[in-house]
Design a binder for this molecule. Structure first.
Ligand code: ZN
Ligand code: FE
Ligand code: FE
Ligand code: ZN
Length: 269
């Protein structure tokens, strides 16, 4: 049975559903466990797609509600934390606020540019795919090396709208994977990319094959922003993982990682 470790809540202002509905869907699909990793707050108002720091107690209430509904199915408590240069002390602060099971590190900003926001897609033409990719992957590697995270989120998110530089993309993938491997982090297959312009899971098959060869552990996640999206396209993600050579996945409790076989990984979806 699979786990889904990347799920949001309405506290981030662009997700829907109740804790009980997410849990019910996970149980319907026979998931072994789930984890909420909503968009982390910032020290003060930052953008309109995350909880406020003063809403953290409501997030803890959401987790408690989900746990009450879940019975024997574990519900992990996590955050999807934005990597911003200069944001280190805030991440440290956040990490100390709760007994998190894991922290997902995600790059959604290149400087002040929220590149995965459809409202800011136009700026790809200012940067050009090459420059955007250069800067994205540098940030990705610095996030991985920061030591703050357990899982790197949607590794090649920069392809979301289909912008890709020409040529062999291993020049971007290899240093990023080296950073993840050196830091001892896991990555995720994030199935949400299938439903974006790029119509491909994150990361690309070639990235995943290189990550497997480098010994980088894997999770499979949906990035659900609605109960109907829980564990979306997990059978295809399982096939992608196997094709890349993976035979194991990892899970987290209290920021300690353990390994489970991927051959157990059939969900009923
Ligand atoms: Zn979101
Ligand atoms: Fe994200
Ligand atoms: Fe997310
Ligand atoms: Zn995400």
């Amino acid at each position: 049975m699979l786990a889904d470790y990347h799920m949001h809540t309405p506290l981030c202002r662009h997700a829907t559903g109740t804790a009980a509905e997410y849990v019910a869907r996970a149980k319907e699909l026979g998931l072994a466990e789930i984890g909420f990793s909503d968009h982390s707050p910032m020290p003060s108002y930052f953008d309109d797609w995350r909880m406020l720091a003063e809403e953290l107690p409501q997030y803890f209430d959401w987790i408690a509600e989900a746990r009450a509904a879940a019975g024997a199915m574990p519900v992990r408590m996590a955050l999807e934390v934005d990597w911003l240069e200069g944001g280190e002390s805030w991440i440290e602060n956040l990490a100390s606020r709760a007994p998190w099971d894991y922290l997902i590190g995600s790059v959604h900003y290149i400087g002040a540019w929220n590149f995965d926001n459809p409202a800011e897609k136009q700026r790809f033409s200012d940067f050009g795919a090459e420059e955007a990719w250069d800067r994205y992957w540098q940030l990705f590697a610095s996030a991985a090396r920061s030591g703050f995270f357990d899982i790197m989120g949607h590794p090649d998110l920069i392809k979301k709208f289909g912008h890709r530089p020409p040529g062999d993309l291993r020049r971007y993938y290899e240093p990023a994977i080296a950073a993840v491997a050196d830091a001892g982090l896991a990555i995720e297959i994030n199935t949400a990319g299938l439903f974006k312009d790029v119509q491909e899971m994150y990361p690309a098959p070639e990235f995943l094959t290189l990550a497997r060869a480098a010994g980088v552990p894997l999770t499979i996640n949906s990035d659900a922003h609605a109960p109907s999206e829980v564990a979306r396209s997990f059978p295809a993600a399982t096939e992608l993982a196997k094709a890349a050579g993976y035979s194991e996945l990892v899970r987290f409790t209290g920021r300690t990682r353990r390994t489970v076989p991927l051959t157990d990984g059939q969900s009923q979806t």
